[in-house]
Structures are given as C-alpha cells and as structure tokens.
Ligand binder design. Structure first.
Ligand SMILES: [Zn+2]
Length: 322
C-alpha cells in the first residue's frame, strides 16, 4: 500500500552523507538508519513537486496551529515560549534580526520584539503568516528558507522550533542557516529525539514519530555531528520532556516499572532520563564562530597523525636538558 495515496514518491539516499546503505528501524513508513553516518531518515518519500502540492493543501486546510481569535489572546499564548527565549538570549551578544523559521502565527517573534530584537518570520501556512503580518505587524515571508532572499551575515538569531525534522534537504538548509547568521550569531531550536524513552518503549506508536512527515529523526549525537560539520560551535544541547508533556512520560514510567508508584517518584525518574539524553525533545543552542580563524575546519586525522610523528622525532633527537 502506498501511504501517500496516488502522489508520486521516490527513494532517496541518506540526506546528509548520500550513502544508500541503510537498515529499516521502523515499519509504519520506510524509516531507515544510514549505515555510514547513523542518521535516521524517511527513505521513501514524496517527490519535491508532490511535497510542494502538500504544503499548499496545508495552507488551504485547517491548521494544527491554533490561530488566536484576538491580539489580546496572542499576548497570553504559551507558544510565546518564555523559557526558550530566556535561554537563547542568555547566549546572544547583539540584538539584531531574529529570524524564526516555521514561525506559525508569530508568537515567539512577538515576544522577542518586546525584548529588543527585530522580528522576521518564514511560514508556509498562509493563514498563520497572515495573522503575524496583519494583526501583529511582523514581516513574514511564505517561501522556503532555501528560496528566501535573506542576506548573508544578517541575523543575530535563527530559531527553528519543531521544524528541522520537516525539512527535506536538511544539509543544504543547515548551510543556509549558517550563511544567514552574522558571525557570533546563534542557531537554536527543538527537534524530537528518536532515541527518547517513549520512542524506545512505544516504537511505531510513539506520538512524535509522525512517520510520513518527518524527513529526518535526529538523536543527540547525529544532530551534534551535523551541526558541527557545518561549522557551528555547540554552546548547549540537552533533552527534555518539553511539549510532549512530563506527566505523560511519567505515566509510561509507572506502567513499565510497577515499583514506581507515585507520580512524584515517576517524575523524578523522568528527570534522570532527560539528563541522560532520553528526553522526548532535543534542545540545541549553537553559535556561528566569531571569526574565520575560529571557524577553521578540524584537521584531517592523517595530517594530525603526521604532525604528531614528526614532533616525536624532533623530541627524540633533541639533546637531553640539564
Ligand atoms: Zn548518512
């Protein structure tokens, strides 16, 4: 059965390293793990044209992103994410342009504007983009990041909250993010963690698997590698229950471990899992280096080995001191 209906599909290699060697890790869709770089990705997916058609349907249909009825309601929304913005701003040095990719109706951007940043959004769902533009007066474009005309080195912060996993060409997108940021700028966001406690327990039925719409399923280590490969410096990365809901995770802990009886005890176990990288979401805070000197690529293992050998030779032939 083709879960995509009659839409045309294609089978791809790893979206990061290109390898075609992989093994299936989930059955609900063709979700595989690359044998070369360990990235988990959707191997059989819609073609680029079919994806574009799907986005238009989202834009025309009812959105899962609830749009507030009034501006007053917008000012009270939990989607303003104070906790996340507090953490991001603890890393920022300069209040310039804050680009939120997948900004929805602009909740976070309205918040960062109050804190002195210049808000800029990208949102493909037109009803959301319209609310941000017309009701909140936030400039929002509805083209893909790759097609946007945002200038290089122009943003202080670029945020993506539950967005990176939806991008079909993530390697190219990360390169674009890096280029758009000013030196020292921060790239921050949240993705689901395919290695989370609930993902491991519930496997195919994990609520955040979203088997046909998540193109990449990140883990803390694959996300770290892909960010570092582009040139980012990791300032902080950790897992949390986050939007999944800590109580839901605690209930699953109690089902799995009958000896954990109270909710309080179960929540304590969840804290331990989160600190151990098994939280449902991964939060990342990474910086574009300040200078090209800092951005220097890691030397390849061969030349490093050569330099060490030569140094050892020099040290051996040097006269003994004293
Ligand atoms: Zn790969």
């Amino acid at each position: 059965m083709n879960p995509f209906g009659n839409a045309p599909t294609e089978q791809i290699g790893c979206p990061f390293c290109g390898s075609v060697h992989s093994r299936q890790v989930r059955q609900r869709a063709d979700i595989v793990q690359c044998e070369s770089c360990n990235t988990v990705y959707l191997r059989t997916r819609l073609t680029k044209d079919a994806m574009y058609q799907l986005y238009q349907q989202y834009a025309d249909g009812t959105s899962h992103m609830h749009i507030p009825a009034t501006v007053a309601e917008a000012k009270q929304s939990g989607l303003r994410r104070d906790y996340l913005i507090d953490e991001i701003t603890s890393h920022t040095k300069h209040k310039g342009v804050w680009l939120d990719v997948g900004c929805g109706w602009g909740a976070m951007l309205d918040n960062v504007r109050q804190r002195g940043f210049s808000p800029l959004g990208i949102e493909l769902t037109r009803a959301c983009a319209d609310f941000a533009t017309m009701q909140l007066q936030i400039p929002v474009s509805n083209v893909q990041l790759e097609d946007s005309r945002i200038e290089q080195n122009s943003c202080s912060v670029l945020s993506m909250v539950h967005v990176l996993e939806h991008l079909p060409y993530p390697k190219q997108a990360l390169k674009r993010v890096y280029d758009i940021l000013e030196p020292g700028g921060m790239f921050c966001g949240i993705v689901p963690n395919i290695l989370s406690f609930c993902s491991d327990v519930q496997q195919e039925h994990w609520e955040w698997l979203d088997p046909f719409h998540h193109y990449v399923h990140y883990t803390p280590s694959t996300l770290r590698k892909h960010l570092e490969d582009v040139g980012f410096i990791i300032e902080n990365m950790y897992t949390a229950s986050g939007d999944y809901g800590k109580d839901i995770v605690a209930n699953i802990v109690k089902q799995l471990l009958p000896q954990v009886q109270t909710q309080e005890d179960a929540l304590g176990v969840v804290d331990v899992f989160n600190a151990d990288g098994k939280g449902e979401e991964i939060r990342f805070f990474v910086r574009k280096p300040e200078s090209s000197h800092q951005a220097q690529a890691k030397p390849d293992a061969g030349i490093l080995d050569y330099a060490h050998r030569m140094l050892a030779q020099i040290q051996q032939s040097a006269p003994v001191q004293g």
